[in-house]
Design a protein around this ligand. Structure first.
Ligand SMILES: NC(=O)c1ccc[n+]([C@@H]2O[C@H](COP(=O)([O-])OP(=O)(O)OC[C@H]3O[C@@H](n4cnc5c(N)ncnc54)[C@H](OP(=O)(O)O)[C@@H]3O)[C@@H](O)[C@H]2O)c1
Length: 372
């Protein structure tokens, strides 16, 4: 049926980042299927201008120039699209995700923080509006695919795979000395700096458990994470009869990105796996005792209310400080733990509540790191 597809119009937030550029690469290779209606970034105006010249969107927005988008400009941003692709990094992504849902647009969601910080708000708003949320994170896309490109199919258990990051077998003494450059050298994925450091601390895997909880309505007891250093099996779903379905492929984000835009159709995208070349795939227990960020994320996810927003706010501050050489690697977990302990537990029902929790998390982290 080539040639008979409708054009999908995409509004992309985070176009200058690792995911955003791969979204645009998918568009570049499928011009007859996709058109960009709007592009946004945070501060990289030069790159935004170049992308605007190439993709000719109606709207371009650089957060650093214009400050926060007003509600009406957010409405304009998403007005013409069929799919809102949320590939911004950080808690700011939540605002965009909620605006896209408010505009009634299908959301291709790469921004993890939207579900980590605002999982309840996002999923309830999407349900109320009848808006689809399609996962882009490779693990959640793998689960989506194993469930037959649905989020509501029955299953018994979800198993998220984790590469384990660059420090998987480091002792605590070795972890105490790792540098930002070492943390940024991920063995299998090429990603933006925040998520790369989160992969090294395993905070990222904790985030993904929270995401899976909200995306698939799974109790935390039914979600497990397993280390798989080759990053070939992207995640698995277990069914009640004992069967398990997995999605496999070379690590390449363009596959889940493209699928989020085309499913249930599939288009050519990446090289196919050569099983004989792989030789062996390995799986091992996740070493949560050496990577406390994983447990802290789970603890905050299970606690709910303001805790995940406090966790994420503190984590963003701590990772920034680590990347600037201001704190050692192990202090990231300590900072998050301190924020979760010192900010009083509270309900968080609205966006304003979550924004306040984010602020408190950041404040507690800065106080711990800089003493003010
Ligand atoms: N990279 C991956 O392979 C991967 C995989 C799964 C999930 N994710 C998730 O996807 C999200 C993006 O990750 P990434 O690796 O692509 O990050 P990244 O390379 O750091 O890029 C972030 C992008 O978001 C933009 N941005 C940040 N704040 C913004 C704001 N307030 N308004 C508008 N745009 C804003 C940045 O613009 P500037 O360039 O101007 O700063 C940049 O375009 C994260 O939530 C991450 O956890 C990433």
């Amino acid at each position: 049926m080539a040639g008979s597809y409708a054009m999908t119009k995409i509004a992309l937030i985070g176009c200058t980042g690792s995911i955003g550029r791969q979204v645009l690469d998918v568009v570049r290779h499928n011009r007859e299927r996709f058109r960009i209606t709007a592009l946004a970034c945070r501060s990289n105006r030069q790159a935004l201008d170049a992308l605007a010249a190439e993709f000719q969107p109606k709207i371009c927005y650089c957060a650093a120039d214009g400050g926060s988008m007003s509600e009406s400009s957010l409405q304009d941003f998403f007005a013409e699209c069929d799919v809102a692709f949320i590939a911004a990094g950080g808690a700011e992504g939540l605002k965009y995700t909620l605006a896209a849902i408010g505009a009634g647009k299908k959301v291709a969601l790469a921004n993890k923080e939207s579900l980590v910080v605002g999982g309840k708000l996002v999923t309830e708003a999407a349900e109320k509006k009848g808006v689809e949320i399609v996962p882009v994170d490779s693990e959640h896309s793998a689960i989506f695919q194993a469930l037959g490109c649905r989020r509501d199919a029955p299953f018994e258990r979800l198993v998220l795979t984790a590469s384990g990051g660059p420090f998987l077998h480091h002792t605590r003494e070795q972890l105490a000395r790792v540098t930002a450059a070492e943390a940024l050298a991920h063995p299998t994925w090429n990603m933006g700096p925040k998520v790369t450091v989160d992969s090294a601390t395993l905070l990222n895997k904790g985030y993904e458990v929270i995401e899976a909880h909200w995306l698939y309505g799974a109790d935390y007891s039914r979600i497990q994470a397993v280390v798989h250093p080759e990053s070939i099996v992207h995640s698995l779903v277990y069914f009640r009869d004992g069967a398990a379905l997995a999605q496999l492929g070379y690590p390449d984000m363009r596959v889940p990105i493209q699928l989020a835009l085309t499913y249930p159709d599939r288009l050519p995208c990446a090289p196919m796996l050569d099983l004989t070349e792989l030789k062996a795939l390995h799986f091992e227990r996740l070493p949560a005792e050496r990577f406390p960020c994983y447990g802290l994320a789970l603890q905050a996810g299970k606690r709910g209310g303001n805790a995940p927003a406090v966790l994420n706010g503190a984590a963003e501050e701590a990772v920034r400080a680590f990347l600037q050489g201001g704190i050692p690697f192990l202090r990231i977990a300590e900072t998050i733990e301190e924020a979760l302990t010192s900010v009083p537990q509270a309900e968080a029902e609205t966006y304003a509540d979550l924004a306040e929790a984010d602020r408190q998390g950041r404040e507690a982290a800065r106080k711990y790191i800089y003493g003010k």
